[in-house]
Design a protein around this ligand. Structure first.
Ligand SMILES: O=c1ccn([C@H]2C[C@H](O)[C@@H](COP(=O)(O)OP(=O)(O)OP(=O)(O)O)O2)c(=O)[nH]1
Ligand SMILES: [Mg+2]
Length: 153
């Protein structure tokens, strides 16, 4: 099934001097989002900056969300991850897609104009009806055990 999602271009360079986000390979889970900044921007160690992607999307379906995730290479090699760890885009959000970029490393990193700074994955979402109970219907083997209760080995 093909899912249609509307988008707006908010930065006129997008699709021209700055490439439009797209699925890079047939099996790509995410589209890389590009830094629509006026000039290259150096992010100091520990600093967090909000970077526009130059576009807006409207998912328009409560059964969908978009997640913004770090790119592996930037995160692992340069410590460039997201200030909110994961960005969650609501299906009713129509504003500019922004990426909170955090330099968690110990060296400055310069984001270039149009650089791919994060990736966006469209995911299905369920909004169940929650029912309050005094006891859960089925007791499980795990019960209330959590936070390492099963050990480490
Ligand atoms: O990395 C992000 C995270 C969020 N958003 C936008 C889309 C999202 O739908 C909206 C609200 O995000 P969220 O609900 O995570 O933030 P909040 O702090 O709870 O804000 P709000 O009170 O507007 O819901 O901000 C982005 O553009 N980039
Ligand atoms: Mg919110």
């Amino acid at each position: 099934m093909t899912i249609q999602v509307e988008y707006k271009i908010l930065d006129e360079r997008l699709g021209k001097s700055i490439e439009m986000p797209h699925y890079g390979t047939k099996g790509s889970a995410g589209l890389d989002l590009r830094a629509c900044i006026d000039e290259d921007m150096t992010i100091e160690p520990g600093q967090t900056v909000l970077i526009p992607t130059g576009m807006a999307i409207h998912l328009d379906d409560a059964g969908l969300a978009a997640m913004l995730l770090p790119r592996s290479g930037l995160g692992h090699k340069h410590g460039i991850v997201l200030g909110n760890l994961v960005g969650l885009i609501d299906s009713d959000y129509q504003g500019p897609l922004m990426v909170s970029v955090w330099n968690r490393g110990d060296t400055a990193y310069t984001v270039e104009v149009g650089e791919r700074i994060a990736q966006m994955v469209i995911v299905p979402v369920l909004q169940p009806v929650f029912t309050e109970v005094q006891e859960f219907g089925d007791a499980t083997e795990r019960g209330q055990g959590g936070f390492g209760s099963t050990g480490t080995k």
